[in-house]
Write a protein that binds this ligand. Structure first.
Ligand code: IMP
Ligand code: MG
Length: 213
């Protein structure tokens, strides 16, 4: 009975084949909608991100064997990266999120970090991996890491998909870093500009913003 039900969920073979062919077309249609005609260029393709995220997950899987891993995503930007990364980590783990104030419609860091949503889980004595979309000035992570360290986790490390090294104002030790990126404002794969573009399947540079950051 259960097996039959499961079988009925399999996509018919023809559909599966068509799916692959439509994928690229769908992605570009999605990008068109998301960008509303805005000029942009792809910085990191979907394939490049996927390969790098898989590598990072393998490293995390090695490093956190026999540890009490809690992955803490920083909302909203980290939601896509966190989902892909967590699904590739082959260990028992728990997931939580914190939300901090964003730049609003500004593309620069104000340096003022406000906690909008705190953790639900206790992290005392546990191994915390803070998952961030991008480290820019470093001010957000410095504040968050200090706040979370005061709760006495057994360990606390930082995992960031993107690193904008040249914009750094405070020193941040990123243990797992996906890509170094140039100091332009980037969007997609969770990252926004004025709350838009988060759903792009790749990371792109908005051309009319270049040099404004
Ligand atoms: P930081 O405090 O300056 O390091 O800024 C970190 C936060 O600013 C990130 O979590 C992002 O939400 C946002 N941010 C910084 N640079 C960019 C960017 O290029 N695109 C989108 N968001 C960014
Ligand atoms: Mg963020």
């Amino acid at each position: 009975m259960i097996i039959e039900a499961a079988r009925s969920l399999d996509p018919p073979p023809l559909y599966a084949a068509v799916e692959g062919a439509l994928d690229g077309e769908r992605a570009s249609r999605r990008a068109e909608i998301a960008l509303e005609g805005g000029k942009h260029r792809v910085l990191l393709s979907r394939e490049a991100i996927e390969a790098r995220v898989a590598e990072m997950a393998r490293e995390i899987t090695e490093d956190y064997r026999d540890q009490d891993l809690v992955m803490v995503g920083i909302l909203k930007g980290a939601f896509v990266f966190m989902a892909d990364l967590a699904r590739r980590v082959e260990l028992p783990l728990e997931i939580d999120f914190v939300a901090v104030s964003s730049y609003g419609k500004d593309t620069r860091s104000s340096g003022v970090v406000q906690i909008i949503k705190d953790l639900d889980l206790s992290i005392t004595g546990r191994d915390v991996l803070l998952v961030e979309d991008i480290v820019d000035t470093g001010l957000t992570l410095r504040y968050l890491a200090e706040m979370l360290r005061s709760r006495d986790p057994a360990s606390l490390e930082i995992c960031a998909l993107l690193n904008k090294k040249e914009a750094r104002k405070v020193d941040i030790d990123i243990k797992y870093c996906g890509f170094d990126v140039p100091p332009f404002f980037v969007v997609g794969y969770g990252l926004d500009y004025a709350e838009k573009y988060r759903q792009l399947p790749y990371v792109g540079i908005l051309e009319d913003l270049e040099g404004s950051d």
